[in-house]
Structures are given as structure tokens and as C-alpha cells.
Design a protein around this ligand. Structure first.
Ligand code: PDD
Length: 286
């Protein structure tokens, strides 16, 4: 079934949705994005995504083309029009179409481009892989130094995903200076006893919206939370490992570079945090 998508204020059949070849998102990856999950036809953690979107835009000196209330309304309209029960909404805002290619930013009179579309994922909350967990490989983190800005420069993460696929795995974790930064499109964690360890916030990881909620729920559930760098060897020797993102919620990680983590099955902490996350976030979905 053809989707109805959103382009610069209009709701259109996907085949009719067009963006210029001069758009800076297309030519320069000069754009930011957000992925918001949908459960029971409702938006999960909309506010978190709206706040991070505003920060990404501000860091790139890009004006926001839409207010939070209108953004929420637009997301909900896309969910309604496309009858999404479980899935995701992809939003992208670029610096727009200056009518030619130039390294210089266009002046502020050039309107930004805003597009959004839904992705229908009927088993988003219960994908089969969550029962067995991810196998990951580690690769050098060759991204730029501002991955805290959620830009559309996703070539290297995409290559990381393909390297994982070629190795018969599900994802890659990036490593910088001997320590894990994050996954291709998720934040990375290990568990030792009652302690959950994940890299501290900085410009070298995306400040995950799922991460913030999961750490809050973990603390409420009496887990200790330690925000610090960890090595691949430490991760391989941990009791458990997991990744978080709006697209996977809390995903157990059972193998790292061919080494089994813990029992090789999704660990109780990751499974519990996944349950808590889904339960709590469903309560506050809008
Ligand atoms: N990715 N780290 C990176 C590099 C990411 O791309 C993402 C999200 C995360 C987790 O952020 P959040 O919890 O806010 O989803 C961490 C999205 C889902 C994507 O690119 O599809």
C-alpha cells in the first residue's frame, strides 16, 4: 500500500513526494533527522526527540521550520493516515535548496526542507531477534567528532552494518582509543552484577533518547548505573551486554567478535529493562 508522506507542509502519496536535486541534504548531507517509535498507534517519547532535534538544529545553525506542537500534530496525522499501530516515524530537516551547489551555507531566506514518513513494523515490540539477541563485531570508529549531532551523514554506520552482515552478525560496535563508543545506530552497554555500564555523554556518541529513559528506569529499579568508557575485552567478559535505540528499544547482545557474552542467551537484566522500558513508555505515549 502506498504511504502518505509529509513534504514541506503537504501530505502526499509517496510517489508524488519530491525534493530538489540541489537540496543540501542530498548534495552535502547537510541535514538532521529523528526516528520516533510508535506503539499502539502512539508516539513514544515525543518530547525527548523534539528536544534533541532542536539541539541538533541549533548546533548546525539551522532554523527550526516547525514548532513542537505542530510537529507532534504532523506525526500523529501520519500515524493516522497510514494506520500505523507499531512502527517508526522518520523525520528529516535539511538546509534546503539554494538552487545550486556551493560549500557556503545559503542565507537564512532559503527555507529548510522538512520531510517525514512512517515505517510500518508490526512486530516492533516483539521482533524474533529480541529473543536470541544481537551478535556484534567491533570496528574502528571512523566517524567525525560531532556524532552527538544527529546528522544524515550515515555512510560509515551503513558500512558498519554491512560489515556485520558479511560477518554473519547483526550490528557493529564502534571502537575509539580502545574503548567502545556506540553501535552503528544504537548506544552500547555492559552489565556486571548489579551494575550497568555505558559510555559517558560527549561529542563522540549520540545522546540516545532511549538511553536517557533506560538509565532512569534502571536507577529506579535499584541497578547501579556507571557512565564510563569500557573496552571490548571488558565487554566480552561481562555478564551481559545490550544496545538501545528507538528502533530496537533494549536489544540483548550475546556475542562480540565471536566471543560469547555471559550464557550466550539474552541476560535477565537486558530482558527486564526491555520489559520495563516498553511498559513505562507505553504509559506516557501520546
Ligand atoms: N539511531 N547512536 C546512534 C549512532 C544512533 O544512530 C542512534 C539512533 C542511537 C540511539 O538513539 P535513540 O535512543 O534516540 O534512538 C545511538 C536511529 C534509531 C536510526 O538511525 O535509525
Amino acid at each position: 500500500m502506498s504511504r502518505t508522506v509529509y513534504v514541506n507542509g503537504d501530505y502526499l502519496p509517496e510517489a508524488d513526494a519530491k525534493v530538489s536535486i540541489f537540496d543540501r541534504g542530498f548534495l552535502m548531507a547537510d541535514g538532521v533527522y529523528e526516528v520516533t517509535s510508535v506503539l499502539d498507534g502512539k508516539l513514544i517519547d515525543f518530547e525527548g526527540h523534539a528536544v534533541r532535534l532542536a539541539r541538533s538544529l541549533a548546533e548546525l545553525e539551522m532554523a527550526s521550520p516547525i514548532g513542537d506542537d505542530d510537529l507532534a500534530g504532523m506525526f500523529r496525522e501520519l500515524v493516522r493516515l497510514n494506520r500505523i499501530e507499531q512502527g517508526m516515524i522518520y523525520l528529516q530537516i535539511t538546509r534546503g535548496n539554494p538552487g545550486d551547489r556551493s560549500f557556503v551555507f545559503p542565507d537564512a531566506s532559503v527555507p529548510s526542507t522538512i520531510v517525514a514518513f512512517t515505517q510500518d513494523v508490526p512486530n516492533l515490540a516483539e521482533p524474533p531477534v529480541a529473543k536470541v539477541g544481537f551478535k556484534v563485531i567491533t570496528i574502528p570508529d571512523l566517524r567525525w567528532d560531532r556524532v552527538d549531532i544527529k546528522t544524515t551523514q550515515l555512510l560509515y554506520p551503513s558500512m558498519g552494518k554491512m560489515l556485520a552482515r558479511k560477518a554473519g552478525c547483526d550490528d557493529s560496535w564502534f571502537v575509539a582509543d580502545g574503548a567502545v563508543t556506540e553501535g552503528t545506530s544504537n548506544n552500547a552497554y555492559i552489565v556486571k552484577g548489579n551494575r550497568i555500564i555505558t559510555r559517558q555523554l560527549g561529542s563522540d556518541i549520540l545522546h540516545g533518547i532511549t538511553r536517557a529513559a533506560v538509565l532512569r528506569f534502571a536507577a529506579e529499579a535499584q541497578f547501579e548505573v556507571e557512565e564510563r568508557a569500557f573496552t571490548v575485552a571488558e565487554a566480552q567478559a561481562a555478564d551481559e551486554a545490550f544496545s538501545t535505540a528507538a528502533s530496537i528499544f533494549v536489544m540483548p547482545v550475546v556475542e562480540i567478535d565471536g566471543k560469547t557474552v555471559g550464557t550466550g542467551k539474552p541476560g535477565p537484566v537486558a530482558v527486564r529493562l526491555r520489559e520495563i522500558y516498553l511498559e513505562e513508555m507505553r504509559k506516557t505515549a501520546i
